[in-house]
Design a protein around this ligand. Structure first.
Ligand code: ZN
Length: 190
C-alpha cells in the first residue's frame, strides 16, 4: 500500500532542498496534496498484472462458429491514458492506446479493456512496458495469444526539458502471436 505519510515528509524535504519555505501560504498544504495525488495516479502500483486481470476479468462466451474460418478481430482504439515515466517521475500525456485481439472463445467487455489500460498507466512506467503489461493482462483474461497493443504519447521529460522536442511523439507496439506476422491484422492497430 502507498505510504502517504512518508510521501508528505519527502515532498516537504524536496521543497526545502529547492530552497523554498514549506511553511509559506502557497506551499503549506502541498505535501499533503501531492500525497493525495500520488495515491490516485499510482493506484496501479498496489496490484500485480495478475490481480488486475482478476479485477476486470469478467468475460463473455463468444459465439464462435468453428465451421466458418473467419478471423474476428476485436479492436478498441484511442483509449486515453496518463502515466508517469520511471526515469524522471515526469508525466506522459495525450497517450492513445489501441488494443486488438483475436477472440478464442472468450470476449472481454470493451469498457473493461479501457479500465485495464487506465490501471496499467497508474504506475511508474515506460511506454513500452505499458504495452507489455496491457498485453499480459488481455492474454490472461481472454486466453488468446494473438494480442496487439500500440501506444503513442508525449513524454514531458522529452517535450519540456533536456532536448525540448515539443512535438516529438513516441510510438511503441507490442505484437504477439499472429499480429507479429500477419500484415492484414496489423492494419487494424495503425
Ligand atoms: Zn523520462
Amino acid at each position: 500500500m502507498i505510504d502517504k505519510k512518508a510521501i508528505e515528509e519527502h515532498i516537504r524535504g524536496i521543497l526545502i532542498a529547492l530552497g523554498d519555505d514549506p511553511e509559506r501560504e502557497g506551499l503549506k498544504d502541498t505535501p499533503k496534496r501531492v500525497a493525495e495525488m500520488y495515491e490516485e495516479v499510482f493506484e496501479g502500483m498496489n496490484y500485480s498484472n495478475h490481480e488486475i486481470a482478476e479485477m476486470f476479468g469478467k468475460t463473455f462466451e463468444a459465439e464462435m462458429d468453428e465451421s466458418i474460418d473467419t478471423d474476428r478481430v476485436v479492436v478498441m482504439k484511442d483509449i486515453d491514458i496518463f502515466s508517469y515515466c520511471e526515469h524522471h517521475l515526469a508525466l506522459m500525456y495525450d497517450m492513445k492506446v489501441n488494443v486488438a485481439y483475436l477472440p478464442k472463445g472468450r470476449v472481454i467487455g470493451l469498457s473493461k479493456i479501457a479500465r485495464v489500460c487506465d490501471m496499467v498507466g497508474r504506475r511508474l512506467q515506460l511506454q513500452e512496458k505499458i504495452g507489455k503489461d496491457i498485453a499480459d493482462i488481455i492474454c490472461e483474461i481472454t486466453g488468446s495469444e494473438d494480442v496487439a497493443v500500440t501506444i503513442e504519447g508525449y513524454h514531458s521529460c522529452v517535450t519540456a526539458r533536456g532536448i525540448k522536442k515539443t512535438n516529438t511523439k513516441t510510438f511503441s507496439a507490442e505484437l504477439r502471436g499472429r499480429f507479429k506476422t500477419d500484415a492484414s491484422l496489423q492494419f487494424y492497430i495503425k
